[in-house]
Design a protein around this ligand. Structure first.
Ligand SMILES: Cc1ncc(COP(=O)(O)O)c(C=O)c1O
Length: 489
């Protein structure tokens, strides 16, 4: 295929050049109907790029195959057999992939540190999770993707499991051994889904960790908005082999997706793919060098340490790491990651993604350069100077890995839709949760519907909240009470 083409962008341009007058959505009519106060902030280009697919980008029967061609180009570019665009982030792609592999009451192997979109899929589908413990670094209170031996043991113990989901890289950028895990799954004739939401850039540079399709996974989900240059919500899921039926995958996606996808997502996905095919390697080579030198410069700042191979890699830890994620340990400054992130936003106008009780994460993409790296370095050195004046961070009662692995006594779906009651935190211990309680980011629920709540986990999330942790999902955002299944276990 001609990777210099960008069918969605071309269709968008043709739509404009043909001078169509639409009487179908979107009602803003390429911005004509937008309030000038909105246009002042967003600009007209955003609206001009937002066109319906059917009888807009393409004709009424999609006869030009605009999206189809763009998806085929994407598949070819990253070495997949098929690629599907999604306009609702990996949150939707992960659900589509899981629902294609297992149905209600069927089993699926899932690592317990998976993102909350995985839990949502379990709730919606009624799939029964077979929990797999991630690798656990007790000293640093961090989880990494599980290894192939644990997967093999679990498939032996649960031969009826329909497949497995692996999350790699995680939000800290640490990666599992996809190839070895795919081999184990295939030994048992089962498909491997990889939630590679953080790995959209991996196919485009040989010095980055292996990417799921190259490592023989069956379905791989990516969020291009995270590490690529497509707009928020842009996601692609990729398919190869014959363990997952493409028609089933399409039907599951159709079940969940919008019937009104925005061309803004499609066009930016299409343009990003072309950009990466033409220039990805050179751009990412520069980004890797920048990340390397910035990492060294941060390590020169007293009290900061960018975690790397020494902390992350090992037989019982991670297999590889994404060097573009800079996981900065701030604990030697006697401050928390939450404090550091808030201070950097307020005083340095620098915004970061993940923060936890002792770390912050700065992610580099191909869009970063010496200017942005310099801003980060200046901001961090200002943080080091200011940290003496920070209040001592409230402690977080961190549970051990065993304490984090709660007992599941009901299907997540059954608990979520059961008769529920809201009980005081101390009364919630020993009861079955009917809700998710998720430190976000990274977004792995500490408590899931169907799990028995323990004192340790209540103390963890309540002390976390007090220390600055964001927990978006519980009914009581102050965590004075918890939503539990009315029936006692
Ligand atoms: C591991 C993982 N999977 C899935 C998702 C969902 O991705 P999206 O935000 O694109 O819906 C996230 C989001 O942070 C994630 O970290």
């Amino acid at each position: 295929m001609d990777q210099n083409r960008a069918p969605v962008l071309e269709a968008l341009q043709a739509f404009r050049e043909c001078g169509y007058t639409p009487f179908n959505p979107p009602g803003h009519r390429q911005g004509r109907g937008a309030d000038p106060r909105v246009l002042e902030i967003l600009g007209e280009a955003v609206y001009a790029a937002d066109i319906i697919s059917v009888n807009g980008l393409d004709d009424r029967l999609n006869r030009q195959g605009v999206i189809e061609q763009a998806q085929q180009l994407m598949a070819e570019a990253v070495g997949a057999e098929q690629a599907f665009f999604s306009t609702c982030g990996s949150s939707l792609s992960v659900k589509s992939a899981m629902l294609s592999v297992a149905g209600p009451h069927e089993k699926l192997i899932v690592p317990r540190h998976a993102h909350k979109s995985v839990t949502s899929a379990l709730i919606l589908s009624g799939v029964c999770p077979v929990w797999l413990s991630p690798h656990w670094d007790a000293e640093r209170h961090l989880s990494h993707p599980p290894g192939p031996d644990e997967v093999r043991e679990l498939f032996k113990a649960e031969p009826e499991a329909k497949g497995m989901l692996l999350v790699t890289p995680n939000d800290y950028g640490t990666c599992g051994d996809i190839q070895a895990i795919a081999e184990v799954c295939h030994e048992f004739g089962k498909p491997l889904i990889v939630d590679e939401a953080w790995g959209a850039h991996l196919p485009f540079h040989p010095d980055l960790p292996p990417w799921g399709m190259d490592a023989d996974a069956d379905v791989v989900v990516t969020s291009v908005h995270k590490s690529g240059a497509a707009v928020e919500q842009s996601s692609v899921f990729h398919l190869q082999g014959d363990l997952v039926d493409p028609n089933v995958l399409k039907a599951r996606e159709d079940l969940l997706a919008t019937t009104s996808p925005t061309s803004l997502v499609y066009a930016t996905l299409d343009g990003w793919r072309r950009h990466m095919v033409q220039h990805g390697k050179e751009l990412l080579t520069a980004t890797l060098a920048l990340a390397h030198s910035t990492r060294a410069a941060i390590n020169d700042l007293t009290g900061l340490r960018v975690m790397g191979e020494a902390e992350f890699l090992g037989e019982e830890l991670a297999k590889s790491l994404d060097p573009l994620k800079m996981v900065i340990d701030v604990s030697a400054l006697d401050i928390s990651g939450y404090q550091a992130t808030d201070w950097l936003r307020e005083h340095q106008r620098v915004t970061l993604g993940l923060s936890d009780h002792r770390r912050v994460v700065a992610q580099f993409t191909h869009a970063d350069d010496h200017r942005t790296a310099g801003i980060l370095l200046d901001a961090l050195s200002a943080l080091v100077k200011a940290a003496d004046d920070f209040e001592t961070p409230p402690p977080v009662d961190l549970p051990s890995s065993d304490e984090l692995q709660l007992e599941t006594v009901m299907l997540p779906r059954d608990a979520f839709f059961a008769e529920v009651e809201q009980v005081d935190a101390d009364q919630a211990v020993g009861r079955i949760s009917a809700e998710m309680v998720t430190p976000y980011p990274p977004g792995a629920p500490a408590v899931l519907p169907g799990e028995v709540i323990t004192k340790e986990v209540v103390d963890y999330v309540r002390s976390g909240l007090n220390a600055g942790m964001e927990l978006p999902d519980p009914a009581d955002s102050e965590l004075k009470s918890f939503r539990v299944v009315a029936r006692k276990p």
